[in-house]
Design a protein around this ligand. Structure first.
Ligand SMILES: [Zn+2]
Length: 236
């Protein structure tokens, strides 16, 4: 039974808790597949086969050093069920089919869709410097990239709505083009055909930061779910 591992919480990002609190090297000991962001919300991470790709707000795809740190990330050791042929008319249709494929909205799951997408719209947040602004202010300044006729991998997680605050409720999806020239946090996509693999988790490990800034922060004063929905645009 594999464990979905999460470092940090979305709720901590809401008031600007963007300090990196775990190295990529340490993160990768908990899985070879995942998503996240770097210190300062410097771009969007896609982790595939043990390699961490960073999509920056300039649209570049980099491979950050193992010493780079994350304020938030999800990883798991890939042990996906055998892939199934998949086709959808767009994101809403795909998300409905993802729910059917994961079988229940009461447990966490990972989805990995590899295929050809008619269009993908993805965003990357811009690196911020301390003292950090709020998540909503940061997201308002994001860079959005659109690509047509793109092959690549959509990777992400489903979190039951009741865990909103810990995670993005519903699906939190990132994308990396097969040629590594495009990607980010997925806002929308068009028709797609490819292969869908899912991995379900009965076990979730939430690892919280030791950083003094995290320990001292008041996380009770914000409209956490409203701010997350505004900044992350969760797909249910
Ligand atoms: Zn994201």
């Amino acid at each position: 039974m594999t464990v979905m591992y999460q470092h940090g919480t979305l709720a901590n990002l809401v008031p600007g808790g963007f300090e990196g609190t775990m190295t990529l090297e340490a993160l990768l000991t908990h899985g070879d597949t995942g998503i996240g962001t770097l210190e300062g919300l410097d771009g969007e991470l896609v982790i595939l086969d043990g390699t961490v790709y960073q999509v920056t707000a300039k649209g570049a795809v980099l491979t950050p050093p193992a010493t780079a740190t994350v304020p938030f990330a999800n990883v798991h050791p890939a042990a996906f069920a055998p892939g199934q042929p998949f086709a959808a008319g767009g994101m809403a249709d795909a998300v409905r089919q993802f729910v059917t494929a994961i079988g229940s909205v009461n447990r966490f799951a990972a989805v990995k869709l590899t295929g050809r997408f008619q269009t993908v719209s993805a965003r990357a947040v811009k690196a911020q410097v301390a003292p950090y602004p709020s998540l909503v202010a940061t997201a308002a300044d994001q860079a959005v990239f659109d690509r047509s006729a793109v092959s690549g991998t959509l990777i992400g997680y489903f979190a039951p709505a009741l865990y909103g605050g810990m995670a993005v409720p519903g699906f939190h999806l990132h994308f990396l083009a097969a040629d590594h020239t495009f990607g980010g946090h997925v806002l929308d996509f068009g028709a797609v055909s490819g292969t869908l693999a899912v991995q379900r988790f009965a076990d979730v490990q939430l690892h919280l930061p030791d950083a003094p800034a995290f320990l001292a922060r008041d996380l009770g004063g914000d409209d956490v779910l409203g701010q997350i929905a505004k900044a992350e645009g969760s797909q249910k």
